[in-house]
Design a protein around this ligand. Structure first.
Ligand SMILES: C[C@H](O)[C@H](O)[C@H]1CNC2=NC(N)=NC(=O)C2=N1
Length: 102
């Protein structure tokens, strides 16, 4: 039976990616690189993501260099990309749009 800790198959991942602006697969993880207008904006965005991640009990692998934030999502407990990663990526996109409207 499938549950949130079952890794998605490549068909499921491809479908999810069509709805996830900016994300791709890199090294078997969901990957996105974001750029902001400043370090403070990037760090504020990371703070918002941190609260969401903590509330989900699901945490990103990420790094920050000045105004850039690089994010990788994978479910370690499942050994692959799961619905939890898709959910967190979707929420991250929402927070990015709020921080940095097009
Ligand atoms: C016990 C705790 O909830 C688990 O270790 C959670 C924490 N955050 C996590 N985050 C991610 N990305 N993958 C996990 O498998 C994971 N497991």
């Amino acid at each position: 039976m499938s549950n949130i800790l079952t890794p998605l198959n490549s068909t499921e991942i491809d479908l999810a990616l069509t709805k996830l602006e900016g994300w791709k697969i890199k090294d078997d993880k969901l990957h996105r690189e974001l750029q902001f207008n400043s370090f403070v904006e990037a760090f504020g965005f990371m703070s918002s993501v941190a609260l969401v991640a903590e509330s989900m009990g699901h945490h990103p692998e990420w790094s920050n260099v000045y105004n850039r934030v690089t994010i990788d999502l994978v479910t370690h407990d499942a050994g692959g990309i799961t619905a939890m990663d898709i959910e967190l990526a979707t929420k991250i996109n929402g927070l990015f749009l709020k921080t940095s409207p097009p």
